[in-house]
Design a protein around this ligand. Structure first.
Ligand code: TYD
Length: 225
């Protein structure tokens, strides 16, 4: 059990993966499953409150930062360090205003992206110094770690096709294929480094198949905790 879980009954479950891997859909599906009348897990005698949230953009400050981060600006490219600091600001506000209070009140939080995204995108993707990112993540999270990270792994070529089909391409999603390969490599390294809290989910397959894999992963994790 990650140290963040000490002294609280809440749990922080994070979904990670490259753009278009399906994590937002799967997060919603897990939320529905955990909210079914028969609470599927045995850890708690009664179902906890389920909170669904995301980064960037969950708080009021975060919504403004998300707008800045994800709106393409042809006239002035965003400096990678400025981008890193905006993600960190979003996270600090999220942890302080929402994640910590909800966890202390016993909620189970399903969070769409967290600190691993900064390591994978700004560190591996943009090439910023990894030590600096680790340090900044510690500051932004104030030490709050995920209890479980579900990494939805899919080949970038397949995710690009999904994004094209969806007609969705924001600033990050327009990035080149090599960038997304580096980001995937980042998630691969993180999964090895944090194998105690990370489960790789094969995100290849239809929505129901992947949802089953996610549920099995959560059941297995719960049995070990
Ligand atoms: P995403 O979850 O993909 O939102 P949406 O489904 O609305 O596109 O996240 C938005 C983008 O933000 C995504 O391309 C990854 C990027 N991102 C970072 O680069 N660093 C971070 O620390 C986080 C949280 C996100």
């Amino acid at each position: 059990m990650a140290s963040s879980a000490e002294n609280r009954t809440g749990r922080l479950i994070v979904f990670e993966g490259i753009d278009g891997c399906g994590k937002t859909t799967q997060l919603r599906r897990l939320g529905q499953w955990l909210s079914e009348p028969t609470w599927p897990l045995k850890t708690l005698p009664s179902p906890p409150k389920i909170v669904v949230t995301k980064e960037p953009g969950a708080t009021q400050l975060g919504a403004a930062l998300r707008q800045l981060l994800l709106t393409p600006n042809e006239a002035e490219a965003m400096d990678p360090t400025a981008e890193l600091l905006l993600y960190a600001a979003d996270r600090a506000q999220h942890v302080a205003c929402q994640l910590r209070p909800e966890l202390e009140a016993g909620a189970w939080i399903l969070c769409d992206r967290y600190e691993d995204s900064t390591w994978a995108y700004q560190g591996m993707g943009r090439g910023l110094e990894l030590d600096l990112i680790a340090q900044l993540n510690r500051i932004a999270t104030a030490g709050l770690q995920a209890d479980l990270t579900l990494w939805l792994d899919l080949d970038p070529e397949q995710t690009r096709q999904r994004l094209r089909d969806r007609g969705a391409a924001d600033r990050m999603e327009q990035a080149d294929a090599a960038f997304h390969q580096r980001v995937r490599q980042g998630f691969t390294q993180l999964a090895e480094r944090h194998s105690d809290r990370t489960i790789r989910i094969d995100a290849n397959g239809n929505e129901d198949t992947v949802a089953q894999r996610v549920q099995q992963a959560v059941l297995g994790w719960e049995r070990q905790n």
